[in-house]
Design a protein around this ligand. Structure first.
Ligand SMILES: Nc1ncnc2c1ncn2[C@@H]1O[C@H](COP(=O)(O)OP(=O)(O)O)[C@@H](O)[C@H]1O
Ligand SMILES: [Mg+2]
Length: 258
């Protein structure tokens, strides 16, 4: 669970107010879009979650950690809970796709056998099994972002955080990438995606938190709880039936009148 309670944050260097009394609670397994204009405070919100910026006031909880009192020693453990995806992919050019993904696991000292298994699994998940031995420059933009997503997933983090992950992609690829986050969410991860692409956001049925000048100005819940797909189908079916009933009622009324 991620919780912000009356959180305010200013950058020390220039006094810019990035977050102004923000309260947001994100439950485990949720998918949340954070939207807002450039400079609204979206990246700052993520920076706080990642433990990269300390807040001036309020409470921030990420999983078991209280970020106001988190020790420097605990930061690597906080970051292990998080898989992070950036707009500009941030792949290592001299490493193959496989090594870009395996790298994070080597750093934490995982054994080779386990690494191979995990890397194969996530490359399959993002549909890049065939590209394992390619280098980033040999890939399309969309494929590069899928490598970055595989890397974010490889350590099986509880939360995936993405800052404008489709900022460098055309609309069709953007939709593919967002669908991939959908799939990851369905597998159980909490997903927080920052974007200013409202058109894209409205193609999905997820909670939308809007930030303006560092403040949360709206928080629209997902229509259906993402974890309950069967409920979603039932609800859609009921809606369809209700539409049919309404149409029939209209017809009957017309006949009655006519
Ligand atoms: N590293 C930084 N140092 C100083 N000010 C910053 C820094 N990063 C962002 N800001 C300022 O904080 C505010 C929020 O920025 P940001 O969180 O990056 O917005 P967004 O991601 O929504 O575009 C802006 O006024 C921005 O200029
Ligand atoms: Mg930003």
């Amino acid at each position: 669970m991620i919780e912000f309670k009356n959180v305010s944050m200013k950058y020390k260097t220039n006094g810019a107010v990035a977050l102004d009394n923000v309260s947001v609670k994100i439950d485990d397994g949720e998918f949340v879009f954070i939207v807002g204009a450039s400079g609204a405070g979206k990246s700052s919100f993520l920076n706080v979650i990642m433990g990269q910026e300390k807040v001036d006031s309020g409470i921030v909880r990420v999983g078991p950690y209280n970020l106001a009192s988190i020790r420097r020693r605990a930061l690597p453990y906080l970051r292990r809970m998080l898989g992070i995806v950036f707009q500009d992919f941030r792949l290592i050019p001299k490493m193959t796709v496989y090594d870009n993904v395996a790298f994070a696991l080597r750093v934490i000292g995982m054994g080779d056998k386990k690494i191979t298994k995990r890397v194969r699994y996530v490359l399959k998940l993002v549909d890049l099994t065939d590209k394992a031995n390619d280098y980033p420059h040999q890939l399309s933009q969309g494929e590069r972002q899928r490598v970055a997503i595989a890397r974010a997933l490889v350590n099986n983090p509880a939360v995936i955080i993405a800052d404008e992950p489709t900022g460098n992609l055309d609309p069709i690829l953007s939709n593919d990438i967002m669908s991939l986050f959908d799939k990851i969410n369905a597998l159980g991860a909490t997903v927080v995606v920052v974007t200013h692409d409202l058109e894209l956001v409205h193609q999905f049925n997820h909670r939308i938190v809007t930030i303006e000048n560092g403040r949360v100005v709206s928080d629209i819940p997902s229509k259906y709880k993402s974890e309950d797909i069967s409920l979603r189908f039932t609800a859609e079916k009921n809606e369809a039936e209700a539409d049919e009933d309404a149409a029939q009622a209209e017809e009957t009324e017309e006949q009655d009148n006519g």
